[in-house]
Design a protein around this ligand. Structure first.
Ligand code: NAD
Ligand code: ZN
Ligand code: ZN
Length: 347
C-alpha cells in the first residue's frame, strides 16, 4: 500500500510503498478515508535528531478517519464496515489514566517511545492504519471523512484546551484566540458553542481573520505593534479572562501575558518554541494560571464528534490526494492553507 513516511530526521516526507499490515491480538485494521495534516507534522518533519522522544521510520498522520476492515483474533468492540475516527494519543493501556480514556496523560507517557498514531507509531497518511485496540475507535456514523479526521486532533485538542478554562469564561467574559488555523478556527467555534464569552481572534494573515469571522469570532485583528492595547480596549480595559495561544512563539506569549486579566488563564497549545520567564516580583499578571494541554481525552473526542454530527462544528478543509502530500506540506509551510488540509487516498 502507499504511505507518506518519515524515513529519517531531516529527510522530509516520502511517498513510498509499504506492506499492508495484518492485525494481531487486539489490533484493528482501519481502511483510511481521510487523514488531516497538522502544523505538528511540519514540526516533526523539521525536527533535528534527538529532539523528540521517538525515532523514524514511521508513517505520518495523526488525524485519521476510515472504515474498520479486519480485527485481530482478540479484538473486541469494533465491527468490520463500521466508520470510525481514531483516538490518537495512544498510552500504555494499563495505567489508571489510560483506563479512564485519558491516554493523553498516561502515567507512562515518558517511557512510551511515541506520542501517538503518526507520531512515532505508523499513522494514517496511508491506505490502511493499524490501531492497537478498539478502545481507540469512536464511531462517526455518516459524518464525512474530511470532517471527521480533523476532529481527532484539531477538534479534540481545541476542545480539551477550552474545557480546561471554561470555568473562567462565564457571562461578560472575553476569550482571545491567537492563531486561527486548523486548531484555532475550531477553538473559536467551540468557545462560541460551550461558553457565553466574547471571542476575539488574532493572526498575521487576513485570510485567517476572515476564517475567524466565519467561525463565529466577535472581532479580530492582525498582529501589530499596538495589538495589545487594541485588544485590551476590546475587553473594556480589564483584559482577557482567557488567552488560548495556538502559536506559542516569543511574540505571541508576550502578547498573551500583556492582555491577560489578573487571575486570568493562559493556555499554550502551539509549539512555536517561545519561552516565558517566571520571576517574582515581576511584570506577569498577578494570579494568572498557565496550562500546557496535550491533545485530549477519549470521552472528549466522543463529545467533539457529537458536536460535529449535530452541525455545531464545521471544519474548513482543503483536500489533497495522498500522492500530493508534499504539495500539502509545502502549502501549510507557506502559510497558504485555509483551515485544515486533508489527505485522501488516491482512487
Ligand atoms: P496552522 O498552521 O493550521 O495554524 C496556525 C495559525 O497561526 C495560522 O493561521 C498562522 O497564520 C497563525 N500564526 C502564525 N504565526 C503567528 C503569529 N506570530 N501571530 C499570530 N498568528 C500566527 O497550525 P495548527 O495545525 O492549527 O497548529 C497550531 C499549533 O498547535 C502548532 O504549533 C502545532 O504544533 C500545535 N499543536 C499542539 C497540540 C497539543 O496537543 N498541544 C496539538 C496539535 C497542534
Ligand atoms: Zn496535530
Ligand atoms: Zn497509561
Amino acid at each position: 500500500m502507499k504511505a507518506v513516511r518519515l524515513t529519517g530526521w531531516g529527510r522530509g516526507p516520502a511517498f513510498v510503498d509499504v506492506e499492508r499490515p495484518v492485525p494481531r491480538a487486539t489490533e484493528v485494521l482501519v481502511r483510511v478515508e481521510a487523514a488531516g495534516l497538522c502544523q505538528s507534522d511540519v514540526h516533526v518533519v523539521d525536527a533535528a535528531a534527538d529532539t523528540l522522544p521517538y525515532e523514524p521510520p514511521f508513517t505520518l498522520g495523526h488525524e485519521v478517519a476510515g472504515r474498520v476492515e479486519t480485527l485481530g483474533p482478540d479484538a473486541d468492540g469494533a465491527t468490520p464496515g463500521e466508520r470510525v475516527v481514531v483516538y490518537g494519543p495512544w498510552g500504555c493501556g494499563l495505567c489508571a489514566r489510560c483506563a479512564a480514556g485519558r491516554d493523553n496523560y498516561c502515567d507512562r507517557r515518558g517511557d512510551l517511545g511515541w506520542h501517538g498514531v503518526g507520531l512515532g507509531r505508523d499513522g494514517g497518511m496511508a491506505e490502511y492504519v493499524l490501531v492497537p485496540s478498539a478502545r481507540h475507535l469512536v464511531p462517526i456514523g455518516d459524518l464525512a471523512a474530511d470532517q471527521a479526521a480533523p476532529l481527532s486532533d484539531a477538534g479534540l485538542t481545541s476542545y480539551h484546551a477550552t474545557a480546561g478554562v471554561r470555568h473562567a469564561l462565564g457571562d461578560g467574559s472575553t476569550a482571545v484566540v491567537i492563531g486561527v488555523g486548523g486548531l484555532g478556527h475550531l477553538a473559536i467555534q467551540i468557545l462560541r458553542a460551550t461558553t457565553p464569552s466574547r471571542v476575539l481572534a488574532v493572526d498575521i494573515r487576513e485570510a485567517a481573520l476572515a476564517l475567524a469571522h466565519r467561525s463565529g469570532a466577535h472581532a479580530s485583528t492582525l498582529i501589530r505593534a499596538d495589538t495589545g492595547r487594541a485588544l485590551r480596549t476590546g475587553t473594556g480595559g480589564v483584559g482577557a479572562d482567557a488567552v488560548l495561544d495556538f502559536v506559542g512563539n516569543e511574540a505571541t506569549l508576550a502578547l498573551a501575558t500583556e492582555i491577560l486579566r489578573p487571575g486570568g488563564e493562559l493556555v499554550v497549545v502551539g509549539s512555536g518554541g517561545g519561552q516565558l520567564t517566571v520571576r517574582k516580583p515581576g511584570f506577569l499578571p498577578p494570579g494568572f494560571r498557565l496550562s500546557l494541554p496535550f491533545w485530549g481525552t477519549r470521552p472528549e473526542l466522543t463529545e467533539v464528534v457529537a458536536l460535529a454530527r449535530t452541525g455545531t462544528l464545521h471544519v474548513e478543509t482543503e483536500q489533497f490526494p495522498l500522492s500530493a502530500a508534499q504539495t500539502a506540506f509545502h502549502r501549510l509551510r507557506q502559510g497558504a492553507m485555509r483551515g485544515r488540509a486533508v489527505l485522501v487516498p488516491d482512487p
